[in-house]
Ligand binder design. Structure first.
Ligand code: BES
Ligand code: ZN
Length: 458
């Protein structure tokens, strides 16, 4: 193990250069013009995995390729434990470009951070795991278990192709557990094991009014303005205590237990520092819950995009023909995306005025994830976290979603260990995304130590 850890520390500057290379690919899954960049990024990953000594291939799907890379199994490996490492090489759209200090796909190091879209979500973490394996293979250290990397290109758009892929390759991917480093840690001094993620239900709603944009002086006042109607409609979703007023929305949501609330309150939290980090004049959320509970253990209804009328420079006096909103609700255990969409649709249809035509188009969805942090594998992961970071790890519930974790459970029958490396100020999905290079190095150590701990279970 000593030589593995030495190899890691001796090669950090090359690893950082390789991460820069990886971040340069414009692998934006939401934007069709980047289909070629997605393929190029997948091909680069395959080459990189092969150079490390893994058996790697890019598997085409209807969407973006899925990269599979495995440690070569020796005959003697029969009976050894097998783990999957899941990650994603796709990234969120980088817009708005003007808010980036340096361009999103020209990775730049400032201080101990590497700035670039995808550095922290999730390319840095994929590479940290790959570098740990490289260290074993290049130092001739026996790798204690079998490992298969599954790195996909559609996580940020709902992982549409991956569930089918898991079903098709169920035998090849049969394993003891999945490891994912696509979650966070509260600070560099708080390594974390995440035991719950929120689910999600996405949809778009559009309201159509007049058959074309109208002169707002000639006609305004005598017809409904679809943008106003949409604003009124969406304003009905929350009551003045921040609860969601949609009937049946909370059906099945278990109240937080006293024990859990007490545990969550143990993670240090400073309201003012949090307010400043987010740049808001004041915090806002559902009454009766702490910000930590609101953002991890309570469901939400969010407008992600709102479009209507004239968006160019200057003014244009029209009643727009239509208004549209992109919406996601975050879900907690007990809620199912299909049912939520049904209740949302019924509520919006009931409250939509007859002066506009409403259409609701359902998008991707995933249930929340909750796993026991007391299993033997979770305990092994906690030991590796402690050794790699030097501090006692914390247990977290988190608010983000990783849609495929439930499919790993349903299709492969296994739990997922969520070992995050992203810091709260990494700016995931925001301008100026960055990855902390010290966490990158410690993440590699974590991975190296983890396989030994996990392999020795059972
Ligand atoms: N890395 C995030 C998920 C995440 C972030 C989990 C922080 C826990 C803490 C992932 O890349 C992501 O952004 N997922 C999307 C999924 C969605 C598009 C279906 C999300 O949560 O918005
Ligand atoms: Zn993301």
């Amino acid at each position: 193990m000593e030589s593995v850890l030495n190899y890691l520390s001796q090669n950090q500057s090359r690893f950082v250069e390789e991460l820069c290379h990886y971040v340069r690919f414009r692998s934006v899954s939401a934007q069709p013009q980047h289909r070629g960049d997605m393929r190029a990024c997948a091909d680069w990953l395959v080459k990189h995995c092969r150079a490390i000594g893994l058996d790697a291939r890019a598997c085409p799907t209807e969407g973006n390729p899925i990269v599979i890379a495995k440690t070569l199994r020796k005959k003697s490996s029969a009976g050894r434990r097998h783990f999957l490492v899941y990650g994603h090489y796709d990234v969120q759209p980088p817009e708005p470009f003007e808010l980036w200090k340096t361009p999103p796909f020209e990775p730049t190091i400032r201080g101990r951070s590497l700035f670039g879209r995808g550095a922290s979500d999730n390319k840095g973490q994929n590479l940290a795991h790959l570098k740990a394996i490289e260290a074993y293979l290049k130092t001739g250290t026996e790798f204690p278990c079998d490992l298969t990397f599954v790195i996909e290109g559609e996580e940020e758009v709902g992982s549409k192709s991956l569930a089918g892929f898991l079903r098709k390759h169920r035998a090849e991917l049969a394993c003891d557990a999945v490891v994912i480093s696509d979650t966070g840690m509260p600070s560099p001094k708080h390594p974390a094991l995440t035991y719950a993620l929120r689910g999600i239900a996405a949809f778009e709603i559009s309201l159509r009014g007049p058959s074309r944009d109208l002169h707002s002086g000639i006609f305004g006042g005598s017809v409904e303005n679809p943008a106003m109607a949409l604003a009124r409609l969406l304003a009905k979703v929350h009551d003045d205590k921040g609860h969601i007023a949609i009937p049946h929305f909370y059906d099945g949501v278990a109240p937080l237990t006293k024990y859990e609330r007490k545990q969550m309150a143990r993670v240090p939290f400073n309201r003012e520092a949090y307010r400043k980090l987010l740049g808001v004049p004041a915090l806002h959320g559902e009454h009766g819950f702490t910000p930590e509970e609101q953002r991890t253990a309570r469901p939400t209804f969010e407008i992600n995009g709102l479009t209507s009328g004239y968006q160019g420079e200057g003014s244009k006096t029209i009643v727009p023909a239509w208004a549209r909103a992109k919406i996601t609700t975050r879900l907690v255990p007990g809620q199912q995306p299909e049912k939520i969409i049904k209740h949302v649709r019924a509520f919006l249809e009931k409250n939509c005025p007859p002066t506009v035509k409403m259409e609701l188009e359902a998008g991707h969805g995933a249930e929340a994830y909750l796993v026991s942090p007391t299993s033997d594998d979770a305990q092994a992961a906690l030991r590796a976290l402690k050794q790699a970071f030097g501090d006692e790890p914390v247990l977290l519930r988190e608010g983000g979603s990783i849609p495929i974790v439930n499919q790993f459970k349903k299709i492969l029958g296994v739990d997922t260990l969520l070992l995050g490396m992203a810091l709260p100020d990494d700016n995931a999905h925001s301008p100026n995304e960055k990855f902390d290079l010290d966490i990158f190095a410690r993440g590699q150590r974590l991975s190296a130590l983890l396989w030994r701990e996990l392999a020795s279970q059972k």
